[in-house]
Design a protein around this ligand. Structure first.
Ligand code: PGA
Length: 249
């Protein structure tokens, strides 16, 4: 079954207000492609409100959320606060947060549940390191991350998985089309095991060095239902061709 694709940009810790003029052009490309796919930008928290104002018809997401709704958690930002900004998505469990903030599968699951409770769509990231792939353990690692972090209440309408091999993020390297196909097929089977029939409708994005040059090839792989794009989402010049290549499929 071909699902409606989602192309989401993750600005990470990049961008000040000087970056906002990139958004109207991205919004225009998203509107042009609207019949065929969904587009979202996840800027830093500091830019979310102004991004929503600069491109009111573009879906906005956050890059993380706290697992609790409110309280004495200095520096925390809750899913309810994100939803209050007209945001639709929140990335949870990105490998950079798993690595640098020590987030566990249980943490990621709690965040995904908080996102869903706030009415957001969680983009839940999984992916193996290079060492794990070289040891032949990529499938096991990814299946384990899914088992530990996908909320049992996950639905096609409130959950998206992003498969992002850690070694492909920001490196310019990507897995072969055959490797992407194999692991996306495994993720689909695992989602059906965990969620039942809902698992057939959960979109599975590929992320890691998606560029205008490789987007068409990667987005055409079976069970690849879109892209999570880091570096190439920072400018309209790079991100728009990725939207267009995906819409052309
Ligand atoms: P990249 O990042 O496109 O810069 O490799 C992807 C991501 O980490 O989401």
């Amino acid at each position: 079954m071909a699902l409606r694709k989602l192309v989401a940009g993750n600005w990470k810790m990049n961008g000040t207000r000087a970056a906002l003029p990139e958004l109207p052009e991205i919004e225009a490309a998203a509107l042009n492609a609207q019949g065929r796919l969904d587009v979202a930008i996840c800027p830093p928290f500091t830019l979310m409100s102004e991004a929503a104002a600069a491109a009111p018809l573009l879906a906005i997401g956050a890059q993380d959320c706290h697992h609790l709704e409110s309280g004495a958690y200095t520096g925390g930002v809750s899913a309810a606060m994100i939803a209050d900004l007209r945001a639709r998505y929140v990335i949870v469990g990105h490998s950079e947060r798993r690595t640098y903030q020590g987030e566990t599968d249980a943490d990621v699951r709690a965040k995904a549940e908080a996102a869903q409770a706030a009415g957001l769509i969680a983009i839940l990231c999984v992916g193996e390191t290079e060492e794990q792939r070289d040891a032949g353990r990529a499938d096991l690692v990814v299946a384990g991350q899914l088992a530990g972090s996908v909320p049992p209440s996950g639905k096609a309408a409130n959950l998206v998985i992003a498969y992002e091999p850690v070694w492909a993020i920001g490196t310019g390297r990507t897995p072969s089309v055959a490797d992407v196909a194999a692991i996306h097929e495994l993720i689909r089977a695992k989602l059906i095991e965990l969620l039942g029939p809902e698992g057939t409708g959960v979109r599975i994005l590929y992320g890691g060095s998606v560029k205008p040059e490789n987007a068409g090839e990667l987005m055409a792989v079976p069970d690849v239902d879109g892209a999570l794009v880091g570096g190439a989402s920072l400018t309209a010049a790079q991100f728009v061709p990725i939207i267009q290549a995906t819409a052309a499929l």
